[in-house]
Design a protein around this ligand. Structure first.
Ligand code: ZN
Ligand code: ZN
Length: 412
């Protein structure tokens, strides 16, 4: 127990140095005086909310005095940010997307993520369920890790999202702000005037679009309804923009790379898809003459399109985007589960930005820790681990990460 306390104290001291150093002054969000601020107390573990600051300087002073473990502000703008929720006077909100490995099924989360039901002790590996399959309780103790594969899968989702927001919605680069979350995901903030006043319903429409929900081209009923109105047949017609373009591109890519195995994996039994690939791509996918490919039914085309829809959909945490009162982690602050910072980087750098360099907060010093269990990981360009029940002298950032993840303690 003493070692745990000493370890928490060690992390607290590092957080404290961080927030007291003017070089780490947190960047101001847009219109800070209209935002609600909140933070989780490091030692007391309770959340302070509904705070209002007239200037970012005042908030920086609070950070230096209270040393929270996690810091948030509202996506929303209010007339009175410190009033009760229903009296705040909501005037608008940024549109925020949360892309986190927690919501993306990766091959690695079965390896490094564990959960245990607090009530009945049921445990498993992989994504933590909404409720316990044994007792339906919703509280879990989790042990999760952020590996390169997690970060990369989250990153791929951001790339898809950026593409849709830019190409389909027409947002420009400077309206889409991209952040590493400090743990194993990314945040994308849309701060354009045009979206600020959108209500929850309108935000749900955006969510449905980027997740490809309710694409009518895939829905037989919707197509038949449309055909009735236009007195045509229920055609599977794809044009050259938006989701239809994505479906065409994805289907082309699928056919180009199709093999016996890939068809089987996708649950497509039709071998005709492997013959005359060029004809299929040109006549069917490009020109929409689906019936010209012998031996492939409309149902098969629709199934293929459905597979592509699933692939192309951006896997966001949908609740975050529709919640117009949401608190979001503040740019430039530390993540209590890693000691890494939430940091902004240009959207065009998404493929090059390395969180284990760019989000590192503690760049000085080394510390001796006892590591119970840690996989191989990277920090500031150094590859460390794997470690198992051993004492190691590690760079501060690596030690803080392992302590925050309850995989190490400060060595006596
Ligand atoms: Zn349970
Ligand atoms: Zn992983």
């Amino acid at each position: 127990m003493a070692a745990v306390d000493a370890s928490r104290e060690f992390v607290y001291q590092r957080f404290s140095e961080f927030y007291r150093d003017h070089a780490n002054a947190v960047p101001s969000p847009f219109l800070p005086e209209q935002r609600e601020f909140g933070y989780l107390m490091f030692k007391e573990r309770f959340m302070v909310r509904h705070r209002h600051y007239n200037s970012i300087e005042d908030f920086r002073k609070t950070l230096a005095q209270t040393i929270p473990s996690d810091v948030y502000h509202s996506c929303a703008y209010y007339e009175n940010p410190d009033f009760d929720m229903d009296k705040k006077g909501w005037t608008g909100s940024d549109v925020v997307f949360d892309i986190d490995a927690d919501h993306i099924p990766t091959k690695c989360n079965k390896i490094h993520d564990e959960f245990r039901c607090v009530k009945c002790g049921f445990q498993g590996r992989g994504i933590t369920p909404e409720s316990c399959p044994c007792c339906e309780a919703t509280k879990f103790e989790t042990k999760i890790w952020a590996c390169d594969q997690c970060i990369e899968s989250a990153r791929d989702e951001v790339v898809k999202l950026l593409d849709m927001l830019e190409d389909d919605f027409g947002f420009s680069g400077h309206e889409m702000r991209v952040f590493f979350s400090g743990h194993r995901g990314y945040h994308l903030h849309l701060e354009a005037e045009a979206v600020r006043s959108l209500d929850a319903m309108a935000r749900k429409e955006i969510v449905d679009y980027v997740t490809g929900l309710g694409l009518s081209v895939l829905d037989r009923e919707a197509r038949e309804e449309k055909a009735k109105r236009k007195r045509g047949s229920a055609k599977f017609n794809l044009h050259n923009y938006g989701w239809h373009r994505r479906l065409k591109m994805g289907m082309t890519d699928f056919i180009e790379h199709a093999s016996k195995d890939s068809l089987q994996e996708a649950g497509l039994k039709n071998k005709a898809l492997l013959e005359n690939k060029d004809t299929i791509i040109k006549r069917a996918i490009k020109e929409g003459r689906w019936e010209s490919v012998k031996g492939v039914s409309e149902a098969t085309w629709l199934k293929l399109a459905e597979i592509v829809r699933e692939e192309q959909a951006a896997k966001i945490d949908t609740v975050v985007t529709t919640d117009i009162h949401r608190l979001i982690r503040m740019n430039g602050t530390l993540h209590g589960k890693t000691g890494l910072k939430k940091v902004e980087f240009p959207a065009r750098d998404i493929l090059d930005f390395d969180p284990f360099r760019g989000a590192v907060a503690f760049k000085k010093g080394k510390v001796k820790v006892f590591v119970s269990d840690a996989p191989e990981f990277r920090m500031s360009g150094e590859t460390l681990g794997p470690y198992k029940n051993e004492v190691r002298e590690l760079p501060t950032a690596a030690a803080v990460l392992l302590i925050c993840k309850r995989r190490a303690e400060v060595a006596p």
